[in-house]
Design a protein around this ligand. Structure first.
Ligand code: 13P
Length: 252
Protein backbone atom coordinates (compact mmCIF):
# COMPACT_ATOMS: atom_id res chain seq x y z
CA UNK A 1 0.00 0.00 0.00
CA UNK A 2 1.51 3.31 -1.09
CA UNK A 3 0.97 6.33 1.19
CA UNK A 4 -0.59 9.17 -0.82
CA UNK A 5 1.55 12.29 -1.03
CA UNK A 6 0.19 15.75 -1.77
CA UNK A 7 2.67 18.57 -2.32
CA UNK A 8 1.95 22.25 -2.87
CA UNK A 9 4.32 23.95 -5.30
CA UNK A 10 3.92 27.62 -4.52
CA UNK A 11 6.21 28.55 -7.45
CA UNK A 12 7.37 32.22 -7.41
CA UNK A 13 4.59 33.43 -5.13
CA UNK A 14 4.41 34.95 -1.63
CA UNK A 15 6.87 37.09 0.28
CA UNK A 16 8.42 35.44 3.35
CA UNK A 17 5.80 37.08 5.59
CA UNK A 18 2.92 36.11 3.30
CA UNK A 19 4.28 32.57 3.12
CA UNK A 20 4.18 32.20 6.91
CA UNK A 21 0.62 33.48 6.91
CA UNK A 22 -0.43 31.01 4.20
CA UNK A 23 1.39 28.13 5.89
CA UNK A 24 -0.43 28.78 9.16
CA UNK A 25 -3.78 28.85 7.38
CA UNK A 26 -3.00 25.68 5.40
CA UNK A 27 -1.69 23.87 8.46
CA UNK A 28 -4.86 24.56 10.42
CA UNK A 29 -6.85 22.83 7.69
CA UNK A 30 -4.62 19.91 6.70
CA UNK A 31 -3.18 18.80 10.01
CA UNK A 32 -5.96 16.27 10.74
CA UNK A 33 -5.33 14.24 7.56
CA UNK A 34 -2.47 12.16 8.90
CA UNK A 35 -2.94 9.29 6.44
CA UNK A 36 -1.67 11.59 3.69
CA UNK A 37 1.95 12.72 3.40
CA UNK A 38 1.67 16.51 3.06
CA UNK A 39 4.37 18.87 1.82
CA UNK A 40 4.58 22.63 1.26
CA UNK A 41 7.16 23.96 -1.21
CA UNK A 42 7.52 27.74 -0.88
CA UNK A 43 10.23 29.87 -2.52
CA UNK A 44 13.75 29.48 -1.04
CA UNK A 45 13.55 32.71 0.97
CA UNK A 46 10.49 31.44 2.86
CA UNK A 47 12.00 28.10 3.93
CA UNK A 48 13.61 29.41 7.11
CA UNK A 49 10.39 31.13 8.13
CA UNK A 50 8.24 28.09 7.49
CA UNK A 51 10.50 25.54 9.18
CA UNK A 52 9.47 26.50 12.75
CA UNK A 53 5.81 26.83 11.72
CA UNK A 54 5.75 23.26 10.38
CA UNK A 55 8.12 21.67 12.93
CA UNK A 56 6.40 18.80 14.72
CA UNK A 57 3.21 19.29 12.71
CA UNK A 58 3.56 16.21 10.52
CA UNK A 59 3.56 18.46 7.44
CA UNK A 60 6.81 18.45 5.47
CA UNK A 61 8.72 21.28 3.85
CA UNK A 62 10.29 21.26 0.41
CA UNK A 63 12.38 23.48 -1.87
CA UNK A 64 11.65 24.02 -5.56
CA UNK A 65 15.16 23.44 -6.94
CA UNK A 66 18.78 22.98 -5.91
CA UNK A 67 22.29 22.98 -7.37
CA UNK A 68 24.19 19.69 -7.51
CA UNK A 69 27.48 21.05 -6.17
CA UNK A 70 27.90 21.35 -2.41
CA UNK A 71 29.37 24.88 -2.51
CA UNK A 72 31.48 27.17 -4.64
CA UNK A 73 31.40 29.85 -7.29
CA UNK A 74 27.79 29.44 -8.42
CA UNK A 75 26.26 32.86 -7.81
CA UNK A 76 22.57 32.70 -7.04
CA UNK A 77 22.41 28.96 -6.50
CA UNK A 78 21.41 26.91 -3.42
CA UNK A 79 22.97 23.54 -2.56
CA UNK A 80 21.69 20.32 -1.02
CA UNK A 81 23.64 20.74 2.25
CA UNK A 82 22.13 24.23 2.63
CA UNK A 83 18.65 22.78 2.25
CA UNK A 84 19.22 19.65 4.31
CA UNK A 85 18.98 21.48 7.63
CA UNK A 86 15.87 23.36 6.59
CA UNK A 87 13.58 21.04 4.65
CA UNK A 88 13.02 17.39 3.74
CA UNK A 89 11.94 17.45 0.08
CA UNK A 90 13.04 19.14 -3.12
CA UNK A 91 11.25 19.47 -6.46
CA UNK A 92 13.63 18.65 -9.33
CA UNK A 93 13.21 19.08 -13.08
CA UNK A 94 9.96 21.02 -13.02
CA UNK A 95 8.85 21.80 -16.58
CA UNK A 96 9.15 25.52 -15.92
CA UNK A 97 12.83 25.02 -15.10
CA UNK A 98 13.27 22.82 -18.17
CA UNK A 99 11.48 25.39 -20.34
CA UNK A 100 12.86 28.68 -19.00
CA UNK A 101 16.11 27.86 -17.17
CA UNK A 102 17.88 25.28 -19.28
CA UNK A 103 17.24 22.26 -17.08
CA UNK A 104 18.18 19.06 -18.90
CA UNK A 105 17.85 15.35 -18.19
CA UNK A 106 21.55 15.36 -17.29
CA UNK A 107 21.25 18.22 -14.78
CA UNK A 108 18.13 16.61 -13.31
CA UNK A 109 20.14 13.43 -12.75
CA UNK A 110 22.93 15.31 -10.97
CA UNK A 111 20.41 17.12 -8.79
CA UNK A 112 18.60 13.90 -7.86
CA UNK A 113 21.92 12.34 -6.81
CA UNK A 114 22.87 15.44 -4.78
CA UNK A 115 19.49 15.54 -3.04
CA UNK A 116 19.67 11.86 -2.08
CA UNK A 117 23.25 12.20 -0.88
CA UNK A 118 22.03 14.78 1.63
CA UNK A 119 18.91 12.99 2.79
CA UNK A 120 16.42 15.06 0.81
CA UNK A 121 13.47 13.38 -0.92
CA UNK A 122 13.45 14.37 -4.60
CA UNK A 123 10.12 15.00 -6.30
CA UNK A 124 11.22 14.34 -9.88
CA UNK A 125 9.04 16.06 -12.49
CA UNK A 126 8.46 14.66 -15.96
CA UNK A 127 5.89 15.40 -18.65
CA UNK A 128 5.39 16.11 -22.32
CA UNK A 129 4.44 19.46 -23.83
CA UNK A 130 1.47 20.08 -26.09
CA UNK A 131 3.33 19.59 -29.38
CA UNK A 132 4.85 16.34 -28.14
CA UNK A 133 1.47 15.17 -26.91
CA UNK A 134 -0.20 15.95 -30.22
CA UNK A 135 2.60 14.20 -32.11
CA UNK A 136 2.00 11.04 -30.10
CA UNK A 137 5.38 11.35 -28.35
CA UNK A 138 4.18 11.24 -24.74
CA UNK A 139 5.63 7.81 -24.06
CA UNK A 140 8.96 8.60 -25.70
CA UNK A 141 9.37 11.89 -23.84
CA UNK A 142 8.39 10.59 -20.41
CA UNK A 143 10.55 7.50 -20.88
CA UNK A 144 13.56 9.62 -21.88
CA UNK A 145 13.07 11.92 -18.89
CA UNK A 146 12.71 9.08 -16.36
CA UNK A 147 15.70 7.20 -17.81
CA UNK A 148 17.75 10.40 -17.63
CA UNK A 149 16.74 11.27 -14.07
CA UNK A 150 17.46 7.75 -12.75
CA UNK A 151 20.67 7.07 -14.68
CA UNK A 152 23.19 5.39 -12.38
CA UNK A 153 20.77 5.28 -9.44
CA UNK A 154 20.55 2.01 -7.51
CA UNK A 155 17.16 0.57 -6.58
CA UNK A 156 17.62 1.52 -2.95
CA UNK A 157 18.11 5.16 -3.95
CA UNK A 158 15.28 5.14 -6.50
CA UNK A 159 12.91 3.93 -3.79
CA UNK A 160 13.52 7.15 -1.84
CA UNK A 161 12.19 9.33 -4.66
CA UNK A 162 8.76 10.48 -5.81
CA UNK A 163 7.88 11.06 -9.46
CA UNK A 164 5.46 13.79 -10.51
CA UNK A 165 3.94 13.33 -13.95
CA UNK A 166 2.98 16.82 -15.06
CA UNK A 167 1.89 17.15 -18.69
CA UNK A 168 3.02 20.67 -19.59
CA UNK A 169 -0.22 21.38 -21.47
CA UNK A 170 -2.16 20.83 -18.24
CA UNK A 171 -0.09 23.15 -16.03
CA UNK A 172 -1.86 26.36 -15.15
CA UNK A 173 -4.31 25.95 -18.02
CA UNK A 174 -7.35 24.73 -16.12
CA UNK A 175 -7.29 21.78 -18.50
CA UNK A 176 -6.23 18.79 -16.41
CA UNK A 177 -5.52 15.41 -17.98
CA UNK A 178 -8.44 13.05 -17.52
CA UNK A 179 -7.92 10.57 -14.70
CA UNK A 180 -7.73 7.74 -17.25
CA UNK A 181 -5.20 9.61 -19.42
CA UNK A 182 -2.94 10.37 -16.46
CA UNK A 183 -3.22 6.85 -15.09
CA UNK A 184 -2.35 5.33 -18.45
CA UNK A 185 0.93 7.30 -18.61
CA UNK A 186 1.78 6.28 -15.03
CA UNK A 187 1.02 2.62 -15.64
CA UNK A 188 2.17 2.07 -19.22
CA UNK A 189 5.19 4.30 -19.36
CA UNK A 190 6.44 5.10 -15.86
CA UNK A 191 5.76 1.94 -13.85
CA UNK A 192 6.62 -0.33 -16.77
CA UNK A 193 9.91 1.49 -17.23
CA UNK A 194 10.70 1.30 -13.50
CA UNK A 195 10.10 -2.42 -13.70
CA UNK A 196 12.49 -2.66 -16.63
CA UNK A 197 15.13 -0.47 -14.94
CA UNK A 198 14.78 -2.04 -11.49
CA UNK A 199 12.16 -4.60 -10.53
CA UNK A 200 8.44 -5.15 -10.08
CA UNK A 201 8.95 -4.36 -6.40
CA UNK A 202 10.44 -0.92 -7.10
CA UNK A 203 7.83 -0.20 -9.78
CA UNK A 204 5.09 -1.07 -7.33
CA UNK A 205 6.51 0.84 -4.40
CA UNK A 206 7.40 4.23 -5.92
CA UNK A 207 4.85 6.99 -5.44
CA UNK A 208 3.61 8.72 -8.59
CA UNK A 209 1.94 12.10 -8.36
CA UNK A 210 -0.14 13.77 -11.02
CA UNK A 211 0.29 17.51 -11.56
CA UNK A 212 -1.47 20.00 -13.84
CA UNK A 213 -4.62 21.93 -12.94
CA UNK A 214 -5.47 19.76 -9.94
CA UNK A 215 -8.40 21.33 -8.10
CA UNK A 216 -10.72 20.54 -5.21
CA UNK A 217 -13.23 19.45 -7.87
CA UNK A 218 -11.11 16.96 -9.83
CA UNK A 219 -8.79 15.63 -7.11
CA UNK A 220 -10.94 12.73 -5.93
CA UNK A 221 -11.39 11.28 -9.42
CA UNK A 222 -7.66 11.54 -10.13
CA UNK A 223 -6.75 9.97 -6.80
CA UNK A 224 -9.20 7.11 -7.35
CA UNK A 225 -7.00 5.82 -10.18
CA UNK A 226 -4.91 2.79 -9.20
CA UNK A 227 -1.54 4.22 -10.27
CA UNK A 228 -1.96 7.81 -9.05
CA UNK A 229 -0.66 8.20 -5.50
CA UNK A 230 -1.06 11.90 -4.99
CA UNK A 231 -0.68 15.28 -6.59
CA UNK A 232 1.76 18.12 -7.13
CA UNK A 233 -0.47 21.16 -6.89
CA UNK A 234 0.33 24.63 -8.19
CA UNK A 235 -2.39 27.28 -8.25
CA UNK A 236 -4.77 25.52 -5.87
CA UNK A 237 -2.01 25.18 -3.25
CA UNK A 238 -2.08 28.96 -2.75
CA UNK A 239 -5.58 28.80 -1.27
CA UNK A 240 -5.77 27.04 2.09
CA UNK A 241 -9.31 25.72 1.63
CA UNK A 242 -8.66 24.40 -1.88
CA UNK A 243 -5.42 22.70 -0.91
CA UNK A 244 -7.12 21.18 2.13
CA UNK A 245 -9.90 19.81 -0.06
CA UNK A 246 -7.28 18.12 -2.26
CA UNK A 247 -5.56 16.61 0.78
CA UNK A 248 -8.95 15.42 2.01
CA UNK A 249 -9.65 13.80 -1.35
CA UNK A 250 -6.37 11.89 -1.07
CA UNK A 251 -7.33 10.74 2.43
CA UNK A 252 -10.39 9.09 0.85
P1 13P B 1 -1.10 24.05 -11.56
O1 13P B 1 -1.71 23.19 -10.47
O2 13P B 1 -1.22 25.51 -11.28
O3 13P B 1 -1.58 23.64 -12.91
O4 13P B 1 0.48 23.76 -11.52
C1 13P B 1 0.92 22.47 -11.54
C2 13P B 1 2.37 22.45 -11.27
O5 13P B 1 3.17 22.86 -12.08
C3 13P B 1 2.81 21.95 -9.98
O6 13P B 1 4.18 21.77 -9.95
Amino acid sequence: MRTPVIAGNWKMNKTPAEAVELARAVLAEIQPFTTVERVLCPPFVALAGLAPVLAGSGVGLGAQNLHWEKSGAFTGEISAPMLAGLCQYVIIGHSERRQFFGETDASVNKKVQAALAHGLTPIVCVGENLAENEAGQTGAVVTRQVRGAYAGLAAEAALKTIIAYEPVWAIGTGKAATPEQANAVMARFIRDLLQELYSAEVAGALRLQYGGSVTAANAAALMAQPDIDGALVGGASLKAADFAAIVKAAAG
